[in-house]
Design a protein around this ligand. Structure first.
Ligand code: GAR
Length: 203
């Protein structure tokens, strides 16, 4: 059994997609805990509704990121987590955290990285006038959306798109891609050569 810990800060639609796809009878990979840094975030309610354990570790006003992340690692160990998925988790992770989970931390981002990292990726794509954007699942390193890329899905930018319309189509693809990547990485061997992630087959 691969036990997944999800870190979320907001709405949690990607958390929901992971739970819906993975937390089924007989599944060998399951979301085992959701940890949230924002009190009252919808992600917490989603996890509770699905019967997934939750932990709240408020980050507002926290200045010692190393100590905060050490607490996060402690919570993940308490829940015997093998794989960590960031799902709208809007904080950078410290080296200590990443050393505790080497090549075991994933993130989803709403652009075709390395284009448009950071905040407001969908707005950035619209402002740049690109005709294709999308979503990316990648391993997390110490940078902002800079880790090795595992899988991407392209989404066309249509005439008449605004941020909401484009976000809806990107989120739809995120909700398909993220569970597919997590299932595959949990089930099959992969390797990282330089910045290239080698998996068996496509997503
Ligand atoms: C998702 O679109 C995810 O790609 C993005 O936040 C959203 C969270 O939505 N993450 C980033 O921008 C990370 N840099 P959700 O809370 O509904 O899953």
């Amino acid at each position: 059994m691969t036990r997944v810990g999800v870190l979320a800060s907001g709405n949690g639609t990607n958390l929901q997609a992971l739970i819906d796809a993975l937390n089924r009878e007989g599944s060998s990979v399951q979301v085992a805990v959701t940890i949230c840094n924002v009190p009252g975030a919808k992600a917490l309610a989603r996890a509770q509704q699905a019967g997934v354990a939750t932990e709240l570790l408020p980050s507002k006003g926290v200045t010692d990121r190393t100590a905060y992340d050490a607490q996060l690692v402690g919570l993940l160990h308490k829940h015997r987590i093998d794989l960590v998925c960031l799902a709208g988790y809007m904080r950078l992770l410290t080296p200590g955290f990443l050393q505790a989970f080497p090549n075991q931390v994933l993130n989803i981002h709403p652009s075709l990285l390395p284009a448009f990292p950071g905040m407001h990726a969908i707005r950035q794509a619209l402002e740049a006038g690109v005709k294709v954007t999308g979503c990316t699942v990648h391993f997390v390193d110490e940078g902002t959306d800079t880790g090795p890329i595992i899988a991407q899905t392209a989404v066309p930018v249509l005439d008449g798109d605004d941020e909401n319309k484009l976000a809806e189509r990107i989120h739809h693809q995120e909700h398909r891609l993220y569970p597919a990547v997590v299932s595959k990485l949990a089930a099959e061997p992969f390797s990282i050569q330089g910045r290239r992630v080698m998996t068996q087959g496509a997503f």
